[in-house]
Design a binder for this molecule. Sequence first.
Ligand SMILES: Cc1cc2nc3c(=O)[nH]c(=O)nc-3n(C[C@H](O)[C@H](O)[C@H](O)COP(=O)(O)O)c2cc1C
Length: 225
Amino acid sequence: MELELSSAERHAADHATVSRVIRSRRSVRHYLPDPVPDSLLQELVELALEAPSSFNLQARSVVVVAGEQGRKALTAATGGQPHPQEAPVTLVFVAESGAWREDRDDIWEQARDSGAWSERFAADLPGAARAFYEDPRRAGLEREFAVKDAMIAASFLMIAAHAAGLATSPMNGWDEAEVKEAIGIAGRDDLHIALLLPLGRPAETRLHPGRRSSAMTLHRETYGR
Ligand SMILES: Cc1cc2nc3c(=O)[nH]c(=O)nc-3n(C[C@H](O)[C@H](O)[C@H](O)COP(=O)(O)O)c2cc1C
């Protein structure tokens, strides 16, 4: 006979699992060559795209680089670091800073058709988004705002991948022009590289490098001690 879990028990089990997965994830720099099955890769990217985004504009995309030529180009763009070289796949998170100016009617239509947003809300949102983004544009922050969407998606992917037994390593160390060239967007000023994320089966075990205690980094009500 199957035991029915109460809602509280389900939350407790989910919480314990998510907590364990988050606490045990590490950035891994050496990988086995085993390919990541396509269906799992697809699922992980879809989980990443479940991440929230400003105005639901989804100002980010993911480029999956698994071919030899692309991996070589990304390895060169990172100055020859081992992880993009060894990992069977590197995900490139692209920030789309022009998203708020583009026609993204499919987004509003989807939310309206599913009933998630009222007709009125869906009709008003494109204008509200454009009005909101004028300030960041004037302040030169369009890129920064799109990078927020990309980074939160990358974070979702790191957690989902670790839960599936795969490793990742977020990377900042690359030449942006070379990465853009490698993924076919050289010269696109509206697209930016937020993060490279090698993905694959780990070939090493990393220890937790530690975190500052929350006594130093958790502030209440105002910043400061
Ligand atoms: C935005 C970002 C960029 C990073 N860039 C690199 C990188 O270029 N190369 C690298 O080896 N590790 C990189 N790391 C990994 C960090 O060194 C690592 O997250 C940190 O030491 C904490 O270790 P942990 O992820 O295992 O907890 C990066 C991490 C983040 C969040």
